[in-house]
Design a protein around this ligand. Sequence first.
Ligand SMILES: Cc1cc2nc3c(=O)[nH]c(=O)nc-3n(C[C@H](O)[C@H](O)[C@H](O)COP(=O)(O)O)c2cc1C
Length: 363
Amino acid sequence: MATDARALQFAYWVPNVSGGLVISRIPQRTHWDLAYNQALARIAEQAGFSYGLSQIRFTAGYGAEYQHEPVAFSQALLAATTRLKLIAAILPGPWTPAVVAKQLATIDQISGGRIAINIVSGWFRSEFHAIGEPWLEHDERYRRSEEFIRALKGIWTQDGFSFRGDFYRFHDYGLRPGPLQQPHPEIFQGGSSRAARDMAARVSDWYLTNGNTPEGVRVQIEDIRRKSTHRETPVKIGINAFIIARDTEAEAQAVLADILDQADPAAVEAFGREVRQAGLGSPEGEGNWADSSFEDLVQYNDGFRTGLIGTPQHIAERILAFKAVGVDLILAGFLHAQEEVAYFGREVLPRIRALEAAAAHKG
Ligand SMILES: Cc1cc2nc3c(=O)[nH]c(=O)nc-3n(C[C@H](O)[C@H](O)[C@H](O)COP(=O)(O)O)c2cc1C
């Protein structure tokens, strides 16, 4: 077993949305209902995953025809597990910090401290229109998200919390009970633009980014490190990956080819247009999907780019290359979630731990 204090951690995408994680007609055994997800969560904690990450979607689009709400869904998965932490996606705008602080404090109390949140800043303009939420420009969305996080932390850690922001106000507010986890449940965030990196450097515990190469993520990590030298605890880094682990390289590559061959071109292109327009207010043009190809866009969060496709040994070695540039967590998506989470735990994770132990021994 690893003796490494910085052992890599693993999260899996909770399929609380229908259609899986690829915009392809390839048959998938992943299901979005509760029974499937409860079994998956138990398999994941058994396999060595620390976290399950859910998504927030209010409307259908690009394959995601049905969507369960992530806070309620996470709670059901917490009831079905004993160690796994659930990261619920929260979208500032429809949610307010007052509601999230209260709701999550209760869930934290009743789950024995196993809830976390992923603050997402929005990419789907038609979704905002559908639910009557104003669509702010890119950097304004991040300004609101940052205030949201500051307010949330204030409510969770201070008695008699007051705050005067542009988006949120609090007057001598005391939350009882507060969360069980101290100082507060972990705060993740998703997004890769300059505004996302600045926000992570200032207020988040975790930065989650789209799939990328070790070099691509290294540049982001260095930027965040430069901007957060004042912090006592460094921002932790997670990267998305669509993992295709098979006994042979040829089998894994054949699955990838099949996913791409059966991609739905109209849906992939429409998704590409939507996400590109979402980044328009990001002046430096470095956000998620800024340079994604058609193939990249078949996986919602550029997960093929991470290159975790091949044999268990190949994947384990490549994951260590991500650790070497400062990655702390792999956020894993799979085609057939239950079977592949179990396979990952059985075949890939022990190899990663062996490599980590060898590196710790050497270093
Ligand atoms: C790992 C990860 C998970 C995300 N989950 C969601 C989600 O559940 N719902 C959502 O609307 N956006 C989600 N997003 C999108 C981001 O919040 C953000 O809107 C998008 O990445 C564009 O921001 P950027 O320009 O900073 O990259 C996610 C992004 C990442 C990287």
